[in-house]
Design a protein around this ligand. Structure first.
Ligand SMILES: C[S@@+](CC[C@H](N)C(=O)[O-])C[C@H]1O[C@@H](n2cnc3c(N)ncnc32)[C@H](O)[C@@H]1O
Length: 458
């Protein structure tokens, strides 16, 4: 990045499909975004590089990547439907400008290693010089060690200054004598392995939508990865790479990016998982939709391991939070998650203000008109409960929540995959008015997210 110049980069954030609009409003609220575009399960926005660290404040999103290059549909440079597309993908890494994206990736992830061969050659050259001078001076091993300690840090060329071509391959044949050739080859291969050991390991992940392509996602990933390996000298590591390069192809549109997140931020608050643990990113979106105000009393009456109330207490500290569940294991699991959040995220300096109860949602130990917001994810009837039980549970639970919720001003945000039962109960309820329904994708299944207001009816 050039000093003093306000560089703008495009970032892509992934979000559970159906919740893109919530992610867009969070990006607008928290970042100085230039423009925001919605895709399926994705949100793209342009952000000045000096605001980059604010990306860490986003809660509705799951993964983040910085865009290296986007080729729009029907572009002349990269035609996904051409028979030569795989060859083009192989050559593409050398044509791209990776500089800004890689520098931001380093900054965001805190990676301290080298990225380019030029840095490693400078490092190798420095090492060689030091060895040579120690031989010339006939220094003892002890003195040599001392020298290297006194010599301070190895010289590292700033990656911002250099994007260099791959090292020349040494060809067999040609003008060199046989002796020279073997020496060159030997030096070259040991130099190469020394160099490549200092460089990061990477993986290409290709996601592809469209049925007119003549290639598969693994083929595209392999070709593009081969090109990266040859151009940068980075080694492939599919299971635990330092850098994940993303190749997203949707018909003729191609986006190349570098992942900023190693694992989904959806798991951020939970260390003790239950059978139906909700992603914290979805919990955050539900809470956003509830329009929580300072002073509101917020309750998750079927909290499981506590994804929703923990996210609520972390992000809405000016409201009061409590939760409960009827299962014997749920309150202890929630407590364990609260304790690990307190240790890991709050450094034991604060406690998370959240009360946890064991109770039956159909018979809450709470007086009428006492809660402003109910927010919960109900048993879907698959991993938790049964479809049959839902016919009794849902109407009773919704009526009990209506009793406890403030008439005329209270809200509820409910999530379920059991759309049949929920639809039927809401249609016949005089206490709940449906303001919005979002259909979201949860592990390949469609779930309904219902935003409700408590009517004035007693
Ligand atoms: C889909 S899970 C909630 C998962 C939770 N959001 C999490 O992240 O762990 C539904 C929860 O409802 C609870 N539940 C079912 N019937 C209940 C009842 N009558 N009263 C209270 N909780 C109930 C179950 O024990 C289960 O923990």
């Amino acid at each position: 990045m050039a000093d003093g110049v306000d560089v703008v980069v495009t970032v892509c954030a992934t979000v559970s499909t159906g919740l893109e609009s919530v992610a867009v409003s969070e990006c607008r609220q928290k970042l100085d975004c230039k423009s925001i575009r919605e895709g399926r399960g994705r949100v793209y926005f342009d952000i000045p590089t000096n605001f980059f660290s604010q990306l860490k404040n986003l809660r509705s999103i799951e993964n983040l990547f910085v865009v290296v290059k986007e080729y729009e549909e029907n572009n002349d440079e990269l035609d996904c439907f051409s028979p030569e597309i795989l060859e083009k993908l192989y050559k593409l890494p050398q044509a791209l400008d990776w500089k800004v994206a890689l520098s931001l990736w380093k900054q965001f992830t805190g990676y301290t290693g080298m990225l380019f061969r030029s840095e490693t050659s400078a490092h190798a050259e420095d090492m060689k010089k030091r060895c040579q001078s120690s031989v010339d001076n006939k220094c003892s091993e002890v003195k040599d060690e001392q020298n290297s300690r006194e010599g301070g840090n190895d010289k590292v060329v700033d990656e911002e200054d250099v994007i260099e071509a791959p090292a020349k391959k040494i060809k067999h044949g040609g003008e060199d004598s046989n002796e020279d050739k073997s020496e060159l080859t030997q030096n070259s291969s040991s130099d190469k392995s020394f160099t490549s050991n200092l460089l990061p390991q990477f993986r290409v992940t290709c996601t592809r939508t469209g049925n007119k392509h003549s290639f598969s996602s693994p083929e595209a990933a392999a070709k593009f990865g081969g090109g990266i390996n040859d151009w940068f000298g980075w080694r492939v590591n599919l299971s635990n790479p330092d850098i994940e390069v993303l190749l997203n192809i949707v018909n003729g549109n191609v986006v190349i990016g570098i992942a900023l997140t190693k694992e989904s931020r959806g798991k951020r608050n939970i260390t003790h998982f239950g059978p139906t643990t909700l992603k914290s990113s979805i919990a955050y979106c539900m809470l956003q939709l509830a329009n929580i105000q300072p002073g509101d009393i917020v309750c998750d009456p079927m909290c499981g391991g506590g994804s929703i109330p923990i996210e609520a207490a972390l992000n809405w500290p000016k409201s009061a939070h409590f939760c409960g569940d009827h299962h014997d294991l749920a309150p202890t699991r929630t407590l364990a998650n609260v304790q690990s959040v307190t240790e890991q995220q709050l450094n034991n300096k604060k406690t998370l203000p959240l009360d946890i109860y064991q109770w039956d949602v159909c018979n809450l130990p709470l007086k009428s008109n006492s809660v402003d917001v109910f927010i919960t994810d109900l048993p879907f009837g698959k991993k938790s409960g049964s479809k049959h039980e839902n016919w009794t549970l849902y109407p009773k639970a919704l009526e009990e929540m209506a009793r406890v919720c403030s008439t005329g001003s209270g809200r509820a945000v409910l999530l379920t995959q059991d759309k049949r039962v929920m639809g039927k109960v809401l249609n016949s309820s005089v206490h709940w008015k449906k303001d919005l329904t979002l259909w979201i994708n949860m592990g390949g299944l469609k779930a309904g997210l219902y935003v409700l207001s408590r009517t004035k009816k007693c």
